[in-house]
Design a binder for this molecule. Structure first.
Ligand code: ADP
Ligand code: MG
Length: 309
């Protein structure tokens, strides 16, 4: 265990996000390696950021599942590095193979066999979270992490919420590109007309489809990537036609996730029973990791994280 964050020494930077920086760190005494997420609070938005960080910490402390990246400790007001003093940090399980986004940067597309394993694991994770009334709200490739055993796990509870509490939350947070139609509709969301769980299922559909077609699937290659086009496509576009090579099981699975009406969308229980994910043979994406070479061309997620004013 890690009792003191000062016993950790930085080895590398693993990622930057909106909230702060994630480092690969080594424990000086045990030589164990962890990931350390350091959240920083800026002057102007201090209060909102602190509230979000506390919510993330509360959720991380509650969850304990092999489908979720483990958190070994939350440290408050500790200073790991005086240049960028962290205000809150999380010591987490180190996921050696990075994120699904990293994998897609290298492999571009994944075979259905691998996609079904990814789908199964993410659904198991969501089943656990939803059972605890936690809505993740930011399921996307960069928040799905993979360890050296090829196990994929859900990470980043930066915008997650606990459902059915009276707390008010912003409805349009997360990454717009992976957001469900109902989340663009503030009236419906604020009116309590949806519980938010179905939004996570939508995101799973987008992610798996992206793995299959090798690009963000809800914008056509020729279309301009702006928020209006994106919102129109998400909310109103006809059911996407999948390439012929897609199996009927995959096709049906994706359609059950991408049902525009959240009431009609597949639930996590229904989808865990779907033939696309019940027939997958192994619990890891190992084979895929072998293929991943260093010759990646960088692609990033559609960057429309911020709702326009
Ligand atoms: P943010 O809220 O800033 O998006 P994340 O928790 O998603 O923060 O972390 C940002 C990135 O850092 C991830 O996309 C991933 O590449 C890397 N990362 C985060 N946690 C880990 C971890 N436990 N092991 C390895 N890499 C990680
Ligand atoms: Mg993230």
């Amino acid at each position: 265990t890690v009792d003191n964050v000062l016993d950790l020494e930085k080895v590398a930077v693993l990622g930057h996000g909106h909230g702060g920086t994630v480092y690969k760190v080594r424990h000086k005494h045990s030589a164990n390696v962890y990931a350390l997420k350091v959240l920083r609070f800026d002057e102007g938005e201090m209060k909102i950021q602190q509230e979000a960080a506390v919510r993330e910490a509360e959720i991380l402390k509650r969850v304990d599942s092999s489908f979720i990246v483990k958190c070994y400790g939350v440290f408050d007001n500790e200073v790991l590095d005086t240049d960028n003093g962290g205000d809150l940090c999380f010591v987490m399980e180190y996921m050696e193979s990075g994120s699904l986004l990293d994998i897609l940067n290298i492999c571009h597309t994944l075979p259905e066999k691998v996609i079904s394993v990814v789908g199964r694991r993410v659904l198991e994770g969501l089943h656990y979270l939803h059972g605890m009334q936690i809505v993740h709200r930011d399921i996307k490739p960069s928040n799905l992490l993979i360890n050296s055993k090829g196990e994929i796990k859900i990470a980043d509870f930066g915008v997650s919420i606990v459902a059915k509490t009276n707390e008010e939350h912003e409805w349009c947070v997360g990454t717009c590109a992976y957001m469900s139609p109902e989340r663009f509709d503030s009236e419906r969301w604020n009116g309590g007309d949806c519980d938010g769980f179905a939004g996570d299922i939508w995101s799973v559909g987008v992610v798996l489809l992206e793995c299959f077609v090798g690009r963000y699937p809800l914008i056509d290659p020729g279309q301009k990537l702006d928020w209006a086009t994106l919102m129109c496509n998400i909310c109103f576009a006809e059911k996407m036609v999948l390439p012929d090579k897609a199996s009927p099981e995959f096709r049906n699975f994706v359609w059950r996730c991408l049902e525009k009406d959240w009431r009609a969308r597949g639930t996590v229980e229904e989808l865990l029973d779907h033939p696309f994910v019940t027939t997958c043979c192994s619990a890891s994406v190992e084979g895929l990791l072998g293929n991943a070479s260093e010759t990646s061309t960088q692609k990033s997620e559609p960057s429309l994280a911020k709702w326009p004013d």
